[in-house]
Design a binder for this molecule. Structure first.
Ligand SMILES: Cc1cc2nc3c(=O)[nH]c(=O)nc-3n(C[C@H](O)[C@H](O)[C@H](O)COP(=O)(O)OP(=O)(O)OC[C@H]3O[C@@H](n4cnc5c(N)ncnc54)[C@H](O)[C@@H]3O)c2cc1C
Ligand code: SF4
Length: 328
């Protein structure tokens, strides 16, 4: 049986109270929202904090608000709420779809937007019990000195595995962060960094307090596709988010492929391939080919690297067709 380690537990009721409880030192405190990822990780001794700060009672972080500028989402909105919310379904169907494809229903009822965005990266050599990891000599991400995926590498390449991250990037969403040094807002794309040990810009005493999807994203055609072994529960082994503005011809397009390395990959060069042209079969093939060339899956998750690579163009085409057919 996997037990929890010992830690102090706090359940603040206000944002400022929660922020005051966070330590500036890495690893000393751990925020928990729905707990669907943090609790298993605590049991695996992947996190060993002195204090857990449980956010669930901070009601001011639970909201869905439409303003003229943006659809604003609080980090405590659950994945089930996002998947079912009429505004999200109407204006950003790919976000509702991605939320509805996370894990299974019980986990979506507990799991939150903030927890999903800040989800720890995943790896075959990391998401294991302490006993398993100790037998292997641990790894760079926790307690060890080497990476088992890229043995000569100096950086962890564990997989970004959040379903919502790629969708929020193609929608041009922003994330607001609060901490003792004040507040800052940045694009979701800039929130992630290519380091699997800690793949976002949050300092240990900061937290996500708002996600805003700009009003201009409402007119986009969007699609989300996810490859996973069991459709009922699993994390993505490949995910693709696409968004385009189409008025006869394609005016702008954005494509993100993820679950390959620590940061979602924004596919470059799309402007040249599709801008000012209809999104016809030839254009879709060209985009799928570009994605295939730019993506290099690692052996960081327990699924075949070549298969995941071969599926990149397949899932890119599906996501684009979803977008054009008005699906999600
Ligand atoms: C069997 C299983 C299958 C899963 N499948 C998927 C899947 O397919 N796709 C997927 O995306 N996820 C999956 N998950 C992971 C998880 O359920 C979801 O990502 C969920 O949205 C996490 O939200 P949470 O509130 O439970 O996060 P928590 O577990 O509470 O926290 C996760 C991380 O986010 C941090 N955090 C939480 N809120 C904030 C905040 N406001 N600011 C800063 N940091 C914060 C925590 O400190 C922690 O590091 C799965 C989990 C399990 C157990
Ligand atoms: S990618 Fe390497 S360092 Fe990162 S968790 Fe996996 S084995 Fe560890």
């Amino acid at each position: 049986m996997l037990t929890l380690p010992r830690f102090e537990w706090s359940a603040p009721r206000a944002l400022e109270e929660a922020l005051a409880l966070l330590s500036p030192e890495h690893g000393r405190t751990l925020l928990v929202a729905g707990g669907t990822d943090a609790v298993p990780n605590l049991k695996h001794r992947l996190h060993e904090p002195e204090r857990v700060v449980h956010l669930a009672r901070v009601e001011e972080l639970r909201y869905v608000r439409a303003t003229p500028e943006a659809l604003e989402l609080g980090p405590l909105v659950t994945l089930s709420e996002l998947a079912a919310h009429p505004l999200v379904r109407r204006d950003h169907p790919s976000l509702a779809r991605a939320a509805g494809l996370v894990a299974g229903p019980q986990l979506r009822n507990m799991g939150t937007l903030g927890g999903n965005l800040c989800l720890d990266t995943r790896c075959t050599y990391y998401n294991q019990t302490f006993f398993w990891r100790e037998a292997l000599g641990f790894c760079l991400k926790k307690d060890g000195a080497h990476c088992h995926v890229v043995p000569q590498g100096r950086r962890c390449v564990a997989a970004h595995s959040s379903d919502l991250g790629p969708v929020l990037i193609v929608l041009g969403a922003e994330v607001e962060i609060a901490g003792p040094r004040g507040r800052r807002t940045l694009a979701v794309d800039e929130f992630f960094v290519p380091d699997g040990i800690h793949n976002n810009v949050l300092a240990p005493d900061e937290m996500v307090i708002r996600v805003a999807i700009p009003a201009r994203a409402r007119g986009l055609r969007t699609g989300y596709q996810k490859l996973r072994p069991r459709g009922a529960i699993d994390f993505p082994m490949l995910s693709v988010a696409f968004a385009a503005r189409v008025n006869g011809v394609c005016e702008e397009a954005r494509l993100v492929v993820s679950a390959l390395a620590a940061k979602p990959k924004v596919i470059g060069g799309l402007e040249k391939l599709v801008r000012g042209r209809p999104l016809d079969d030839a254009a879709i093939e060209a985009v799928a080919g570009a994605a295939s060339q730019q993506c290099r899956p690692q052996t960081n998750v327990p699924y075949d690297q070549d298969y995941r690579h071969a599926m990149v163009p397949v899932f890119v085409k599906r996501a684009i067709r979803d977008a054009l057919e008005g699906g999600a």
